[in-house]
Design a protein around this ligand. Sequence first.
Ligand code: ADP
Ligand code: MG
Length: 463
Amino acid sequence: MNWETVIGLEIHVQLQTQTKIFSGSSTAFGAEPNVQASPMDLGLPGVLPVVNEAVYPKAVAFGLGIGADISLVSAFDRKNYFYPDLPKGYQITQMDRPIVLGGAVEIPLDDGTFKTIHITRAHLEEDAGKSLHEEFADRTGIDLNRAGTPLLEIVSEPDMSSAEEAVCYAKAVHQLVTYLSVSDGNMSEGSLRCDANVSIRRAGATKLGTRTEIKNVNSFKFLEHAIEYEIERQIELLESGERVVQETRLYDPVKGETRVMRSKETATDYRYFPEPDLLPVVLGDKFIKETLEQMPEMPNEKKLRFVNEYELSEYDSSLLAADKDLANFFEEVTDESKSAKLSANWIMGELSAELNKENLKAQESKISAEQLGQLILRIEDSTISGKIAKDVFEKMWSSGDKVDVIIEKEGLQQVTDLSEIETMVSKVINENPDQLKQYLSGKDRLFGFFVGQVMKESKGKAN
Ligand code: ADP
Ligand code: MG
C-alpha cells in the first residue's frame, strides 16, 4: 500500500539572555543544582513574576526574519499541569495572544528547488526544571536551575512529508536563530529541542491521520531516526489492521526506538487562563522599526556579498555563509592574508577538519584568525612552501605557538638562494651516476627522480 507521511514540528529555542524570563536568576549553563533558582523559580507562595524585557527584541527579530506578523499586543497565560519539575503547578506561556503569528521558512530540497514550510505561531514561555533519575538510588532529584529559562516555541504547520525534510527545516530554524543571535543554538546543552508530530495517511487522502508526538529530541540525527522509526511503526500498525493511538512518545537513542510516555493531553486538560500577575505587553511601531534596523545580514545576503566582494565561487560562498561563526572567521583571516581564495581553502580544508575532529566552533579555534592569516602570508611571500605550511599548521594547532616562531625555531624557511640550491643539485647528480646516464640517454621520466632527491636533500625546503 502507498502511504504518505505528514510531519509538523514544535521547536523550543532557548533565548540568549543573561537572566530568566520572570526572575533575575542567571541562565548560565552548568551550575550546581538549584543555585540559580530564586523564590520565583521555586514557585514559593506570594512570588510575583516580572517579565524580562530582553526577550522581546529576540522574539520580534525571529518573527521579522520569517516574515511573520508581530503582535503589538501579546499576553501570557497559565497552562496548568502537575509535575515534580514544575513547582508552581502551572507554566506561564502564551496561548491566545502569542508574540509571533504566521510566517514561513524556505528549505532546500535535493533537486535544487525550495519548499515553503509555513509557521503557525511562535510564543514566549518559561522552561521547566529537570528531574535527575540517575544521580540517586531509588530517588529522583529535582534541579530547578532551568526553571524559568526563556523559550520561544516555534510551531510549524504540518507541511513536511519526510524525516529528511523535517531535519532540513530544523536546521534552517537553527541557522536562523543563531544568525539573529536569538539563541546560541547549542543542542547538547538543550538550547534547541524538537517535538515531532508524525502521522501517516493513504497517498492522496485529504484528511490527516492520527498523530503521535515525539518529545524533546535534541539532535538532528536523533530527529531523523526517531521520525523514520515512527513512520515504520505506524505503517505496520495500520497494515495489520490496528489503529494509531494519539499519544506522546519518547525516543530512546540507545535502543533506536520510540516508546509511549503518556496519552495525549488536549487543550482543555490544561485549563488555560490569562496570567493574572502579568499585564499584556504593548510594543510600539518604533520598537519594531528599530529591531528591523538592527537585523544582521542573513545567510543568503552574506553569500551574495562573498561572491561579489571576494570573488569566491557560489559553492564556497554558501558553505562559508551557512555558519555565521565560520563566515566571520573567514573575513578576519582574509583581512590579514589579503587572499580570499586561499583563506577560504584553508578554512574549509585544514581548519574545518581540526574543528570537526575536536567538535569546536570557529570562535574556539586553537589558531586565531590573525595567525591563520599570517600563515597564508608566509606562503604568499615564499617564506615556506604550501606543503611545509600544512606541517606548520599542525604545529600551530597543537602548540599554540605563532607561525613565525615555529618557522624560525624549526628552520623551515624555503631555500631560495640559487647557489645553495645549485650545490645540492650538483651533489645529487654526482651521487646518482646510473640514473644520470639513463636520463641522458633519453629516459626523461627520471627528471622527477632528481627533483625528488633535491627536495629530500633540502628537507622539503628548496624552492
Ligand atoms: P498540541 O498543542 O496539542 O501539540 P497543535 O494542534 O498545536 O497541538 O499541533 C502541534 C503540532 O502538530 C503542529 O506543529 C502541527 O503542525 C502538528 N500536527 C497537527 N496535526 C498533525 C497531524 N495529523 N500529523 C502531523 N502533524 C500534525
Ligand atoms: Mg504539542
